[in-house]
Design a protein around this ligand. Sequence first.
Ligand code: XIL
Length: 315
Amino acid sequence: TRGLPHLARAHGIDLGVAVAVNPLTHDTRYQSVVTENYTSVTAENAMKWEHVQPERSRFDWSGPDAVVDFAERNGLDVHGHTLLWHNQQPSWLAQGDWSAQELRQVLREHMEALLGRYQGRVTSWDVINEPFQDHGPRLRENLWYQVLGEDYIAEALSMAHEIDPEAELYINEFGIEGGGAKTDAMYSLVTDLLDRGVPLHGVGFQGHFVHGNVPQDLAEHMRRFSDLGLEVTVSELDVRIPQPPREQALRQQEQEYQHVVQACLEVPRCVGVSVWGVSDQHSWIPEWFPGYTAALPFDEDYEPKPALDGMTEAL
Ligand code: XIL
């Protein structure tokens, strides 16, 4: 076929999409959009700690299994998201009064469960998600930082590598796509980790962009990291438009999606672009950024938008 998956593979990149378990298992139109347009999936929520381990040592595999099984049945790859993050932690974890030794044990148990269950089936993982403060160059003082100190990042990467030596291990972050203090801080962090021989294989640039404000120099910033020998990816692309989304905005969004895929193609070790949701009906944007909408390549009725043409034109 000449569809997007074929074009993406021909260019050696992955085109991914974040999926939610309920429509993925119940809605055939949702399933078709995924299988006809993408080459990989990421669980939008199902592999996050609060879903996977809602109580200590009680694991719920229903969501992650549904995503991985769907992917396998349809020849799609799976990117694992995410092992350490400050959000969507179950309260037993977030509110526990942990010693460093206990928290390391809790982390090891979680990683062994997830990495072990999906070894060889989920081959890349966001080990660390959003390690920096929202706006700035400093590390976020999350639970892991508070209990283990700033070296929690190196510790977690080493632990993941020990458990699944074949997995590609990523740090994933937002606000690093256009340069500036946060990008530079990420660059120092990863150069330090690489200098110390810490197992790190890639950096995810989330790519939650605002319409009209997609960084023109995205490729340049990804290239800096690619030049270190790291893989890079645009891991959570969406381009939110202020309401109401007019025809002209949707046409400009086409250029913006094209630009992002083009940027990935220009960077040697850019392995792909993933969009953060199947359609505007499922996007996290209206809830999290009130007043914004229409951020994805398919509209609320699963009709393709100009943004989808934009991705195709880049390929
Ligand atoms: C978001 C999901 O899309 C929402 O459904 C959920 O309520 C909150 O998390 N950066 C990330 C993702 O790494 O995990 C977030 O996903 C969006 C921001």
